[in-house]
Design a protein around this ligand. Sequence first.
Ligand code: GLA
Length: 391
Amino acid sequence: MELIDHIISIFQQTYGHAPAHIARAPGRVNLLGEHVDYNDGFVLPAAIDRATYVAFSPADADQTRLVAADFDQEVFFSPRTIPLKTGADGSPLPEWAQYPAGVMWALNENHLEARGLNGVYASNVPRGSGLSSSASVEMAFVIAWQALGGWTLPPMQRALLGQKAENQYVGVNCGIMDQFASACGVENRLLLLDCRSLEWKTIPLPEDVSIVIADTKVRRKLTSGEYNKRRAACEEAVRLLKQDLPDIQSLRDVSVEQFNRFAAKLPELVSQRARHVVEEIERSKQAEALLEAGNIRRFGELMDQCHVSLRDLYEVSCPELDSMARIAQSLDGCHGARLTGAGFGGCTVNLVAREQAERFSQLLAEGYESEIGYQPEIYITRASNGAELLT
Ligand code: GLA
């Protein structure tokens, strides 16, 4: 594969020998259950066929040297410089380096050996596009350090380490969905995760549908604070609703009926945010039965409703995502279309009748370009396996 050959050749030039190993960790797309993972809800993602690849070998000293092929940059760090968030020369770590450094930090915190490595990495998961490029970087490096450390963790534990890195080192208060999907993906299957118990199962994707990803090319920065603000609004809603519903721990515990009864007591914006979450959890609870019954039409309607809710209640959409979803929904063969991931730009996910997927992609691209003025990137994806050591 081209990307693997690319990092192997940079590795060879940089270090003068071939890498000992290659790790791979995919991005993900989420079909239903958006902005509910940090509310103990249910999510339905799949790992996709785009991934981050790391070529690496153990280093002689405890210093890690890492080349980011996509940025043409490199950093040096070690367990001593990690807590300071600097490279070995004392300069602040560039943003991209905080993800691998954060993984080393989380491993150190958990007393798992993360020895120095020489590495080169690159990704074909577009950054800031809602497809979890950062989780894929984290999961690839957990696999790399696991390979060198002589310890083995189950995939869910590796996902939790990645989340810890992102929450406590990078500073994004994300839930578990992205790292989970990147760690636990299964070929041709959707993953259904209960974000409270962390129990999960796989559900087959009906044979006659394709998952089409449509990238608006609008890029967002998750660290911009809007994400953390949404999470804080949910926590505020739980705090206030507890006055009437003292047993609730999270919005997962609030039914739509209960919410309707007490919503008027919440500040307007908090109520809006919480309504999205309560209703989206209700929608995602229906997913399994609908998919098992092959009721793709109804499942697609829930996806469409999710988009409206993310747009109007949670306010994480943007005009480009709205156009992309609207055009898609008007096309033949489209069962459902909505923004996927955190929002504020990035991609939509579309469930499309398999035999119409090519035509759909072409018409969607044309429609988007004539409305927005530039070409989007649209591709039919495949659900893939989770993070793994390739060699
Ligand atoms: C980001 C976060 C996830 C999840 C989604 C929204 O991708 O990393 O934990 O909250 O947004 O569903």
